[in-house]
Design a protein around this ligand. Structure first.
Ligand code: TYD
Length: 207
């Protein structure tokens, strides 16, 4: 059996990735694929418990990074790797690029330490494709304000999200084969077409 594909979705809060993940899962299932949707931090009972702490308890950037990678270790070992091995396509709402963007870019935490944690926890595993929903932080803030009450990250000032965006841009620049920038300011159906085209290219599925 061939290994499943691992696709991740990234972007600053409010960039609009989440609704496209469900649409993509439905589209792929309609073509007969087995699909698992999951998220980070989270995706297992332990990782969801760590998510609650991360989103709501004050802590420094090292603690944040360790908790995020602890959650990721559990998620990879117990959910993602077994699903990929069984031939399932895994769609994950955020992964390690978010750690480089939020803890590295946003909080200014040491990227070399993050790279070490990444190597330890992932043992070489990387997404096959990452869709980066890129949006001006000012527009994203307006969308968030209309949508929901903020968590600890979403409550950050706009400058924080500019640094997060720069963090994503740096990751994308260093992994241009894997990370595709999606224009989050485009109309919703245009964004969806971009998502479909990227995934179709990866999977070789007919539209
Ligand atoms: P998010 O996935 O956007 O969930 P929701 O749509 O329910 O708000 O929220 C997760 C938050 O966690 C987001 O603000 C980014 C942050 N985060 C990190 O800081 N580092 C990470 O490594 C990950 C995966 C997320």
């Amino acid at each position: 059996m061939s290994r499943g594909r691992f696709i991740t979705f990234e972007g600053i809060d409010g960039a609009g990735k989440s609704s496209h993940i469900e649409a993509l899962a439905a589209w792929l299932r309609a073509q007969g694929q087995r699909v698992l949707t999951t998220r980070e931090p989270g995706g297992t009972p332990l990782a969801e418990a760590l998510r609650e702490l991360l989103l709501h308890k004050p802590m420094d950037a090292l603690t944040e990074s360790l908790l995020v990678f602890a959650a990721r270790r559990d998620h990879l070992a117990t959910v993602i790797e077994p699903a990929l091995a069984a031939g399932t396509t895994v769609l994950c709402d955020r992964f390690t690029d978010a750690t480089f963007a939020y803890q590295g870019g946003g909080r200014g935490f040491d990227l070399a330490v993050l790279s070490q944690l990444e190597a330890w926890v992932q043992q070489g595993r990387q997404p096959d494709l990452t869709l980066w929903f890129d949006l001006d932080p000012h527009l994203a803030a307006q969308r968030r304000a209309a949508a929901r009450a903020p968590d600890r990250f979403e409550a950050q000032e706009e400058r924080f999200f500019e640094r997060v965006r720069d963090g994503y841009a740096a990751r994308a620049g260093a992994a241009a084969q894997r990370i595709v920038r999606i224009d989050g300011a485009a109309a919703r159906d245009q964004v969806w077409s971009q998502v479909q085209a990227c995934v179709q290219h990866l999977l070789g599925v007919a539209r």
